[in-house]
Design a protein around this ligand. Structure first.
Ligand code: NAG
Ligand code: NAG
Ligand code: NAG
Ligand code: NAG
Ligand code: NAG
Length: 519
């Protein structure tokens, strides 16, 4: 959900990737992106109608240098977040880092889930990229305007109508988690293997838990990291996500205070004073937005932009809190440049009228989550108590509510796909990972999901941020690597520390996070 990227619908890679590759029921690898290989795998669009139309899944891998030797341990499938996140981009951006961390014994493989990015057919509610960009300019923050909730709902009616008009042959019904879990098995089998080895992030944990429920005897290794409560997800409620979000923001105040005025430009004499300073700044910006122009774009730092920027920063504290502190300090002085640049994208420019290139767009994520989830037909009045419920858990409910609201005019569907229960006696135990202050997948999600899978273990990482790789922990990496190499699990109850404070003046070794998307 809202990866940093899926959330803002960022288009990041070249347009031609994989488009001219042949689609085959085998993985026919072609070199791409310097050291990677790409292939397109043909799968049934509808697994109940295997002779019917096919889908083409874009797959990429960083091959193991040990392939063909005794040290080779096969592919690890990286399961992307979102929904709507691109696994191809995940491996492109983080494959080398993963292979440094987990060793050269594995291939690192991922894919754009059906409906998303470079896989075809893909979900699109618009005829051109220009149409998409000119419609969807709002971040959807409820308190940005006095009619915020009604406004987000009204926009969702348009998105729903556009989706209905672009839903030829009920195509969106095929973009569901069960079908993608089946695609994952096809990818594993096309590698010549029976069982999966995988590491799933964020919404990727729903894919992983679905896979484990459907194919419990097909698991060699499964790490599910930043665990989403699948029950709440399939109910289209997303209502158990924000249990620790305020704690993550508190980590900003605490770490800024501990860093001191030299390392944290937003420093005050106590964490409470830093928190008050942020509240004051937010009120000021609500009334007086700040204009920004950079070398690649321009826009306003207004209430909505400020709130979304802070919220997104909570995903990757090690990478982002220092720059957030600088941006906020500058903003107090009327300079919004650094804050604006945290989520900056080049100003939109396109050959008008051309279809969108095969990169990630936010429509895929919406299609998957609205198709998976129970139908939403709430009116604005009915949504009020839902929003109040989110706000009881966290002030960030005003950002989160848009997810459910976004499905409120989704086309009617049969919805026969798997929606739980999430249970299984797996052929190898699952390793779940949760952080003590994850802003969107609180550790309660890992504990809840683990109950359905006997023998599985929850590893806790004592850090803020979304997914374990948002923070540098030698301890966590040690357990994950031992699990993949030897199959061993940590004892239940282990808590891993991180290796350095957030404001250290040093870049964290890991800590950029994979940008695993989670709305
Ligand atoms: C998938 O195929 C089955 C069997 O032909 C059919 O009943 C079902 O409606 C199809 N699903 C969709 C979404 O078309
Ligand atoms: C934000 O909006 C919600 C829902 O409309 C409302 O209940 C709440 O009081 C608002 N909060 C603030 C701080 O204005
Ligand atoms: C605002 O801050 C940026 C980044 O530090 C700097 O380059 C720019 O000159 C500043 N703008 C003004 C008007 O001071
Ligand atoms: C797992 O195994 C236990 C013990 O044999 C059994 O009671 C339980 O029903 C099994 N669960 C599933 C989902 O098959
Ligand atoms: C795997 O087990 C071997 C033998 O016990 C050990 O030497 C090695 O360090 C283990 N690998 C990891 C990554 O823990």
């Amino acid at each position: 959900m809202l990866s940093n990227k899926a959330f803002i619908g960022l288009v990041s890679l070249g347009a031609t990737f994989l488009t001219n590759l042949e689609t085959s029921t085998e993985l026919k690898w072609t070199d791409c992106y310097a050291q990677l290989q790409c292939a397109r795998l043909q799968v049934p669009l509808n697994y109940s109608d295997p002779e019917g139309d096919a889908a083409s899944i874009a797959v990429t891998r960083l091959p193991s240098p040990l392939a063909g030797t005794d040290g080779y341990k096969g592919p690890i499938l990286i399961i992307p977040g979102g929904p709507g996140g691109s696994g191809v981009e995940l491996v492109l951006e983080n494959g080398v880092l993963l292979s440094q961390v987990l060793g050269p014994n594995f291939d690192f493989v991922s894919f754009d889930p059906r409906g998303v990015g470079r896989s075809t057919p893909r979900a699109s509610f618009f005829d051109t990229e220009a149409q998409r960009r000119f419609f969807d300019t709002s971040f959807g923050v409820i308190n940005a305007t006095s009619d915020g909730l009604a406004r987000i709902w009204a926009r969702a009616q348009i998105t729903g109508a556009l989706a209905t008009q672009h839903n030829q042959n009920n195509i969106f019904e095929h973009f569901n988690t069960e079908s993608t879990a089946r695609d994952m098995l096809r990818i594993v089998e096309a590698h010549g293997r029976r069982n999966i080895q995988a590491w799933g992030f964020s919404y990727g944990t729903v894919l992983g838990a679905t896979f484990a429920s459907l194919f419990p005897d097909r698991i060699d290794r499964l790490v599910l990291d930043g665990v989403l409560d699948a029950e709440s997800y399939f109910a289209t409620r997303w209502s158990t996500s924000l249990l620790d979000t305020d704690k993550t923001l508190q980590a900003f105040f605490d770490s800024c205070f501990e860093g001191g005025p030299d390392l944290c430009p937003f420093y005050e004499s106590s964490p409470e004073a830093i928190s008050r300073k942020l509240d004051d700044l937010t009120r000021t910006i609500f009334l007086r937005p700040v204009p920004v122009q950079t070398s690649i774009s321009y826009g306003l730092v207004d209430y909505e932009r400020l709130r979304i920027t802070i919220f997104q920063s909570l995903y990757t504290p090690y990478a982002t809190f220092p720059v957030l502190a600088q941006g906020l300090a500058d903003l107090i002085n009327g300079n919004g440049t650094v804050l604006y640049q945290i989520l900056e994208q080049p100003v939109f420019d396109c050959a008008c009228g051309s279809p969108a290139p095969l990169t990630s767009i936010s429509d895929g994520g919406t299609a998957i989550m609205c198709t998976d989830g129970a139908e939403v037909r709430d009116t604005v009045d009915e949504l009020e108590p839902f929003v109040q419920g989110l706000l009881r858990d966290s002030q960030w409910g005003e950002v989160w509510a848009r997810i459910r609201i976004g499905c409120s005019a989704w086309p009617k569907q049969e919805k026969k796909h798997f929606k739980g229960p999430f249970l299984g006696n797996t052929s190898h135990p699952i390793l779940w990972i949760g952080n003590t202050a994850d802003p969107v997948t609180p550790i309660a999600g890992a504990r809840k999901m683990a109950k359905g899978f006997p023998g599985s273990v929850v590893l806790t990482q004592d850090s803020p941020g979304h997914c374990s790789i948002a923070a540098p922990s030698v301890c966590t990496i040690g357990f994950v690597s031992a699990y993949f190499m030897n199959g061993t699990l940590p004892d239940e109850g282990v808590v891993c520390p991180v290796v350095q404070p957030i404001f250290s003046g040093q870049p964290a070794d890991i800590g950029g996070g994979p940008g695993p998307s989670l709305r």
